[in-house]
Design a protein around this ligand. Structure first.
Ligand SMILES: CC(C)(COP(=O)(O)OP(=O)(O)OC[C@H]1O[C@@H](n2cnc3c(N)ncnc32)[C@H](O)[C@@H]1OP(=O)(O)O)[C@@H](O)C(=O)NCCC(=O)NCCS
Length: 281
């Protein structure tokens, strides 16, 4: 069977001149595209020694496969964006992806020159049913959360337990033929938002409200999905920007928000412009 073509792109949703540049990149790849499959044979050149040890430490084949597919997709995305920004095509095994204690992935730059270490890259990884989806922002100080879900029917109890009344109402009034896609888009949007803030499902899924715009055509394109997070006191914190997309039985969601104060835009832009190939690479 022919592998589905890779999905990739750049989303620039801020036409307003007064807004900061809000450009981010995404890439999706399937397990069928992974050279050598999820076997030992494809590890060299892709993972460094520590990453290979981590891969061998996973107990289940499924987890090993998902993790590797996510890492490969994320590294390809990092490689192509860094090449576009700096002209340098980094070897994949030098693009080491580590994880914070929370589980949030990041590009490990600790043994790179200081200028690179201050480079603001925010990376998000997701995998579902043999497909991975990754997104990143670079030099903007914005955070991104990405999620992919295979579209499958969800039980009414799932919607009743995990969705808030406004989401349930959106589903009840949506055209029946796109209800499964919208249900999965809402769930996926919640996971993307929870990854964007770095907490994952340690928060209640009902603390995130996602209202995906029903698709107006069958075209595979990004549709808007306003996202709201509940603040500590129960009020709604500021809205976040979200998008969703339906392609070949999968929904893809992206949520972005501002990172904490202190990561200044002008400085970030200067850093990005002056990045060059690090010594010794
Ligand atoms: C983040 C989370 C919502 C992902 O949900 P999922 O649908 O099962 O899985 P996805 O494939 O979409 O995403 C998994 C990826 O999310 C990323 N991720 C995990 N925790 C994250 C966090 N706190 N913030 C941002 N991203 C996170 C990782 O890259 C992970 O992939 P990897 O482990 O292969 O690197 C979920 O794993 C979660 O809530 N984790 C935090 C809570 C937790 O770990 N509980 C378990 C015991 S404490």
């Amino acid at each position: 069977m022919m592998a589905a073509p890779a999905l990739s792109g750049r989303l620039d949703p801020s036409p307003a001149a007064s807004s900061p540049p809000l450009e981010f990149y995404w890439l999706s790849r399937s397990a069928a595209e992974l050279p050598g499959g999820a076997s030992d044979g494809c590890l060299d050149g892709l993972l460094n020694a520590a990453e290979q040890e981590r891969w061998r430490g996973f107990v289940s084949d499924k987890r090993r496969g998902d993790w590797l597919l996510g890492r490969w997709t994320a590294k390809l995305l990092l490689q192509s964006v860094l090449a576009e920004k700096t002209g340098w095509r980094a070897p994949l095994d030098r693009l080491v992806i580590a994880q914070e204690e929370s589980g949030r992935p990041y590009l490990q730059l600790s043994d790179w020159p200081p200028l690179w270490q201050r480079c603001l890259i925010c990376l998000s990884i997701s995998h579902s049913a043999g497909r991975a989806f990754c997104a990143l922002t670079i030099g903007t100080g914005w955070q991104v959360g990405a999620d992919i879900e295979l579209v499958a029917p969800r039980r009414p109890a799932f919607v009743a337990d995990y969705f808030v009344p406004a989401e349930q109402a959106l589903l009840a009034t949506s055209p029946p033929d796109c209800r499964d896609a919208l249900t999965n888009a809402i769930w996926s949007g919640k996971e993307a938002a929870l990854k964007m803030i770095g907490l994952g499902l340690r928060l209640d899924s009902r603390d995130v409200l996602c209202l995906p715009e029903p698709p107006l055509s069958a075209a595979s394109r990004w549709w808007s999905m306003p996202v709201h997070l509940k603040s500590d006191n129960g009020a709604t914190a500021g809205p976040l920007s979200g998008w969703w997309r339906l392609h070949e039985d999968y929904v893809y969601t992206l949520v972005i928000g501002r990172s904490p104060a202190g990561l200044g835009q002008p400085e970030a832009t200067q850093i990005e412009k002056s990045l060059t190939r690090p010594d010794g690479y």
